[in-house]
Design a protein around this ligand. Structure first.
Ligand code: ASP
Length: 294
């Protein structure tokens, strides 16, 4: 088995707001969990899932315990995970009441022949596997559909989605992401995060990508796959991410940030938002965590 020096990258969302200090500490703790797993020989897939679980549990990000509510007052979450060797992937969308949607996504990949489960049936799947439930329930809001439609016209990115990409000692890459969505979204709205090729992608011939930002734009340009396709042409992750994110801005006024890692250990953290709470660690010195990467 080849032995590659592992590395992990993590993010806690891209947007106008600066990272808080508890968020910075939590990203550092998540990197440590992920890197130590990689260092002990765990797969990139396991490291990505466990890293994201730290962030979901914290309540400091728009994911898991901290996921925001949709316009009807209900918390519906999306997550996905993918590995680059066999292109296995799993995802859940509009799942309710559990702390770790990323683990539900991973279970869809491991326990079924499907890639994506949605809504009440995704929740039922998680219940079947006895996944930890949110301790605080949500109370549906009394609001007419017309009022929700009007409010939904001003949907904005909430900032605080979480994600990770990793390279393991076997030279395999993986990517994952988990979110509570965006601000003022209609019930049932699903963004890029659980859509393979949009919010995440991983293939060992090119690399692994985890996206954050306004999902409506990321989906229309299938950004994660677009970045991987351009990596195939031999350009660096930094060059590719810059070009693709710039195209998102000029073509459809989108906003996003990306984590990119290649099997050759080249990586970048790039964003076209004022801030992106993110970091990386390869075991040397202290983890790097900051909210501007330019
Ligand atoms: N991409 C997420 C979504 O559109 C939101 C985010 O990353 O902030 O649901």
């Amino acid at each position: 088995m080849k032995s590659v020096r592992p590395i992990i990258l993590v993010h806690g969302g891209a947007g106008p707001r600066a990272m808080t200090s508890p968020q910075g500490d939590c990203l550092r703790a998540a990197l440590q969990v992920g890197y130590h797993l990689l260092d002990r020989g765990s797969s990139a897939l396991v490291a990505v899932e466990q890293t994201i679980r730290v962030l979901e549990r914290s309540g400091l990000f728009n994911a898991g315990t901290g996921a925001h509510l949709q316009l009807d007052g209900v918390r519906r979450m999306d997550a996905s995970i993918m590995e680059g060797e066999r292109l296995r992937a799993g995802a859940v969308a509009s799942i309710e009441g559990i702390v770790h949607p990323i683990t539900a996504a991973s279970r869809v990949m491991e326990e079924t022949d499907h890639v994506l489960l949605v809504g009440p049936m995704a929740t039922k799947f998680a219940r079947h596997f006895k996944m930890e439930r949110h301790r605080i329930g949500t109370r549906p809001r009394r609001i007419s559909y017309g009022a929700m439609l009007r409010q939904g016209r001003s949907a904005r990115d909430r900032h605080g989605t979480v994600g990770a990409v990793a390279l393991d000692q076997a030279g395999i890459v993986a990517a994952g992401a988990s979110t509570g969505g965006i601000d003022r979204m209609l019930p049932g709205r699903v963004g890029d995060t659980p859509i393979i090729g949009c919010g995440v992608y991983a293939e060992n011939e090119t690399g692994a990508v985890s996206m954050t930002g306004l999902g409506e734009g990321i989906m229309r340009l299938a950004i994660a796959k677009e970045i991987c396709d351009r990596l195939r042409q031999g350009k660096s992750p930094a060059q590719v991410a810059r070009v693709v994110l710039q195209r998102l801005v000029t073509r459809i006024q989108g906003t996003a940030g990306a984590l990119v890692i290649t099997p050759q250990r080249r990586f970048t953290i790039a964003h076209v938002t004022p801030n992106m709470a993110a970091g990386w660690w390869d075991g040397k010195g202290e983890p790097t965590v900051k909210d501007r990467f330019r």
